[in-house]
Design a protein around this ligand. Sequence first.
Ligand code: ADP
Ligand code: ADP
Ligand code: MG
Length: 448
Amino acid sequence: MFKKILIANRGEIAVRIIRACNEMGIQTVAVYSEVDKDALHTQMADEAICIGPAKSKNSYLNMQNILSATVLTGAEAIHPGYGFLSENSKFAQMCEECDIKYIGPDSNNIDNMGNKLKAREMMINAGVPVVPGSDGEIVDETNALQEAEKIGYPVMIKASAGGGGRGIRVVSKEEDLVSAYNTAKTEAETAFGDGTMYMEKFIEEPRHIEFQILADEHGNVIHLGERDCSIQRRNQKVIEEAPGVVMTDELRKQMGEVAVKAARSINYKNAGTIEFLLDKYGKYYFMEMNTRIQVEHPITEMITGVDLVKAQIRIASGQVLPYKQEDIKIQGHAIECRINAENPNKNFMPCPGEIKTLHIPGGYGVRVDSAAYQGYKIPPTYDSMIGKLIVLGRDRDEAICKMRRALGEFIIEGVDTNIDFQFKIVNNKNYIKGDFDTSFISKEFQNL
Ligand code: ADP
Ligand code: ADP
Ligand code: MG
């Protein structure tokens, strides 16, 4: 097992990883930007090294500085968390070359799955059903019009390098296609430095169902069931739950086997997520694979009892998965609300600033993963997510009641948050009935 791990991230996920290391008796090294000098992850790690100014480009994305910090502190492995360098194949490759263990899949896997066009192609070859769409890249406006005609409206234009819901546009009629294609392409070029676009059939009123995978370095691959992440705003997840409301044991078995097959076909290693769309007729399609730990991983931990971050570290150290598929049992129902410093009444505008008062909910079945503390100043530089509230109930009804109760206890003063908005969602009658799809928020909260 590793003696020391460097965490190339910040915020709640850095804290989450430090906690896992701590329990495993592994020393931790935090890296931080100048503005994160007093951040919780900087304070909690055994050692902390400043890697540059606030801007991510100069700090959390600065591969040279992060690798130097690793060598300097004698850390043997790097955990990339999510976001930042977690899906950067060049970084994984540089780690490989420097003989530093990257806690995640190898650079090849990241490269192939990070390119969504390539991922589609590989999944088609592996016999995994994908969303009907363009064969390859959409090269120009004329090509876009031709492909849309072939696929049939409505269509979705997507960035091959996309992530975080950006570089995506839905087009319902021909007149709107060219301008949507151009704006999505420009957005992708700005956000990802890569304007490669493709097109998919827009699946109407689908659920986002994703499967958690664990694969060791000895050829063992299992899944840990699904998460329903259909409660989204602008293609970004807001609430996730596990298991999925509409899932049956049979569908879980089927989709789980497809997810395992997908991971196996690319010789995948470590933790990963296969995202599917499940349409209203019960047909499912591969959408993308995320080659990293996911924001919503705790809900899977709550219902399976498997600590996914520890599993990642154990896998990276070469250990064999200690469980087989049949050992994974799902118990109870878990829900996660992402808590963001933002104002839902001002178009969800981020609201950085000082947390003047903080009261964190607790009690049986309540978990808060956060890097916030009273007096902490949320910098304007990074993501507005300041924590995650996770509950585990015996069943979905109990989980919803617990979430309402816990949201009610949560007090954050000094910055605007989406806590009240989350409260409205978990009190919505269609949400309570489990009657929702990815269009839920835009339909139910039109005035926002
Ligand atoms: P998850 O399924 O884990 O919620 P998200 O797509 O929401 O994944 O991404 C998790 C984090 O990573 C978010 O902070 C998001 O902004 C960031 N992220 C994801 N993909 C990219 C990308 N290609 N470039 C930059 N940031 C990304
Ligand atoms: P990202 O990398 O940004 O997470 P995804 O490909 O996972 O991109 O898509 C993000 C979200 O957009 C999905 O969770 C889903 O709600 C929606 N979406 C993506 N593709 C389609 C599609 N073909 N039809 C309908 N909705 C889609
Ligand atoms: Mg996705």
